[in-house]
Design a protein. Structure first.
Ligand code: 5GP
Ligand code: ZN
Length: 114
C-alpha cells in the first residue's frame, strides 16, 4: 500500500527507530510513547484491521506475539510485566490502518484501560 504510513516504514521511505526486523515482522519505537517502553510490532504484509484477518494469517499473528515476547525480554520488562494491545477501528482508537501490536511496559498499568 503506497499511502500507508507503516508500509512506508517497511520500505524505508519513512525512518523508524527499529528494534527488530525479520522477513515477516518489523518492530519499532512508537513516536508518542505512552510508557517507558512502547514498541509497535507490525506484519510486513499490509492488513488494515483485525477484521481483515483470516485463517491464512494465523502463523503471522502468532509471530507478532512471539516477537513481542522476545523484545520484552530484550527491554528487561518481561518479569515485571507488560501489556500488548491491538486496537480495531474507531471505537478502540485505531489511528493507523495497518495492524500493529502495541507492546507497553516499564510502568504500572491501570485496568480497565480508558
Ligand atoms: P493506534 O492508535 O492505531 O492503535 O496506534 C498507532 C500508533 O502509531 C500510535 O501510538 C502513534 O503514536 C504511532 N505513530 C503514528 N505515527 C507514527 C510515526 O510516524 N512513527 C512512529 N514510530 N509511530 C507513529
Ligand atoms: Zn500498510
Amino acid at each position: 500500500m503506497t499511502d500507508c504510513l507503516f508500509c512506508k516504514m517497511i520500505s524505508g521511505e519513512i525512518k523508524a527507530d527499529v528494534v527488530l526486523d525479520d522477513d515477516k515482522v518489523l518492530a519499532f519505537r512508537d513516536i508518542n510513547p505512552q510508557a517507558p517502553v512502547h514498541i509497535l510490532v507490525i506484519p510486513k504484509e499490509h492488513i488494515a484491521t483485525i477484521n481483515d484477518l483470516d485463517e491464512a494469517h494465523s502463523d503471522m499473528v502468532g509471530q507478532l506475539y512471539l516477537v513481542a515476547k522476545q523484545i520484552a525480554a530484550q527491554e528487561g520488562i518481561h518479569e515485571a510485566g507488560y501489556r500488548t494491545v491491538m486496537n480495531c477501528n474507531a471505537d478502540a482508537g485505531q489511528s493507523v490502518y495497518h495492524i500493529h501490536l502495541h507492546l507497553l511496559g516499564g510502568r504500572l498499568m491501570a485496568w480497565p484501560p480508558g
